[in-house]
Design a protein around this ligand. Structure first.
Ligand SMILES: Cc1cc2nc3c(=O)[nH]c(=O)nc-3n(C[C@H](O)[C@H](O)[C@H](O)COP(=O)(O)OP(=O)(O)OC[C@H]3O[C@@H](n4cnc5c(N)ncnc54)[C@H](O)[C@@H]3O)c2cc1C
Length: 435
């Protein structure tokens, strides 16, 4: 019996012919071997938190939600090997009492470790890469029935090729992460003028461990969020995070935003005014939290998103161009843009490959057509040499991507070698890889 699968934003649907949920490595290996023998296509899914159709499985859907937990923990090297279906929110619990932590995280922790890394998921911090930068080892089952064990010590170049995979090179069974000593984050959130933020874009990112800002495009102010890494304090997180800060988070990302989106959908001409009201509702916050709670926030208002990785130094110019379009009424959205940064990475298909990166993300409520809004912005990102987030909406194809990824042909050749019959492919991969 076929079941219907939907991604988080409900923009993508799949009807796999069969769904397999292995609990053990032998069961997982058997499922992949059977698919190869029977000439079927097989696709692993994580938590379905990609906005693109990258995780669509129309034949065998490999649901790894039960394949989670620690395979090995090396306290001396500060490394952990996790089963590929482990969710990011499970990791702090798995590392409890080790004094170890992930180096950096994005906005949410619902994703699986393999799914998040496959799409080059990132947070912010100019001295830090994304999740893929923390990977020191990967084990994967290839389309030819082999098990490939890749690590920084054995085969570093191959690891660079296989840290960000888009799900195209094989089924990842485990991932080894380099951890760091646990830390707290001291975070300050406040309203600042957009002009001063873009004038000091470089300084904000070099002076702070983590910097990002949220901007409703019709307003001249932004919500700036700066965080410093500090030693862990032995207090409960509730004591470290004042209630006002938690309420502020709730209002910004959920309750208040939901009302703004509703009103903006009712009457589009109200959007500039709603942007200004929403920006003024932003208060300030000063909080301290353990790393395990500091990065993520809950996102209950559903949306669709496009995000591009851009040359770090070009962010002020691109934001200025977008501001002009908002002022002329050529762009409109009830959601704020989110702007972040990351250090360069050597992973071949990482969106921050080889350059200091600034990220600009744009969102639209899931019940609203995003195509006009995203369609006006995407050419600006593309012209700036941007690389789309693999898990977020974009229209680029293989020819476009070959221009912005220096290892593109090497990636395609490796994929032909590891998956010669395209058993891990789907329509999204056919578009972006061109085969
Ligand atoms: C509310 C929300 C907030 C987000 N915030 C951020 C953010 O802050 N930063 C950011 O960069 N992104 C963010 N994202 C995007 C998200 O991190 C990525 O799309 C991520 O890939 C989703 O992980 P997942 O586990 O749901 O993977 P899925 O979407 O289920 O799958 C993604 C890809 O991984 C592959 N895959 C999964 N498991 C395996 C495996 N074991 N072996 C091989 N391939 C595998 C799938 O086949 C697919 O190709 C956000 C998304 C949402 C919905």
């Amino acid at each position: 019996m076929s079941t219907t699968w939907k991604n988080w934003s409900k923009s993508v649907t799949a009807r796999p012919r069969s769904v397999v949920r292995p609990w053990t490595l032998p069961a997982l290996e058997h499922t992949v071997e059977a698919a190869i023998d029977d000439g079927r296509r097989i696709k692993a899914i994580g938590s379905g938190h990609s906005f693109t159709d990258i995780a669509v499985a129309d034949d065998v859907q490999l649901d790894l939600s039960k394949y989670s937990g620690i395979v090995a923990l090396d306290l001396a090297r500060q490394q952990v090997t996790l089963r590929s279906g482990t969710k990011l929110w499970q990791i702090p619990e798995l590392l409890a009492d080790t004094g170890l932590a992930l180096q950096n995280l994005g906005d949410i922790t619902q994703q699986s470790i393999a799914g998040a890394i496959a799409t080059s998921t990132h947070g912010t911090g100019l001295a830090f890469g994304g999740l893929a930068s923390q990977v020191v080892g990967v084990e994967l089952l290839t389309g030819t029935g082999e098990t490939l064990t890749v690590s920084t010590s054995r085969n570093p170049e191959l690891l660079d090729a296989l840290r960000v995979t888009l799900g195209a090179f094989g089924i990842i069974t485990s991932i080894t992460l380099q951890l760091v000593c646990e830390y707290d984050l001291h975070t300050v959130v406040n309203r600042q003028s957009l002009s001063s933020i873009i004038q000091n874009w470089h300084g904000h990112n070099t002076r702070n461990d983590h910097f990002e800002f949220f901007w409703f495009g019709h307003d001249d102010h932004v919500l700036a969020k700066t965080s410093q890494r500090i030693p862990v304090q032995n207090q409960s997180d509730a004591a470290r995070t004042p209630l006002t800060s938690r309420l502020l988070d709730e209002v910004i990302t959920n309750g208040g935003l939901s009302v703004v989106c509703h009103l903006g959908r009712m009457q589009r001409s109200w959007v500039p005014w709603l942007n200004r009201v929403a920006t003024r509702a932003w208060g300030s916050a000063d909080r301290r939290a353990h790393w395990s709670h500091a990065f993520n926030s809950s996102r209950r208002v559903r949306f669709n998103e496009m995000e591009y990785a851009l040359p770090f130094d070009d962010i002020p110019e691109i934001i200025t161009e977008l501001r002009t379009l908002f002022r002329r009424g050529q762009l409109s959205s009830t959601f704020p843009l989110e702007v972040r940064a990351a250090a360069p990475d050597t992973a071949w298909l990482a969106s921050n490959h080889g350059r200091r990166t600034g990220y600009i993300a744009v969102h639209q409520h899931f019940a609203q057509d995003h195509r006009e809004y995203f369609g006006r912005i995407e050419p600006i990102f593309k012209a700036a040499g941007g690389r789309p987030h693999w898990g977020k909406l974009h229209t680029l194809d293989a020819a476009d991507l070959a221009d912005v990824y220096p290892h593109w042909s090497g990636s395609l050749a490796l994929r032909d070698q590891l998956d010669p019959h395209g058993i891990f492919s789907n329509p999204y991969l056919s578009r972006v890889l061109g085969t």
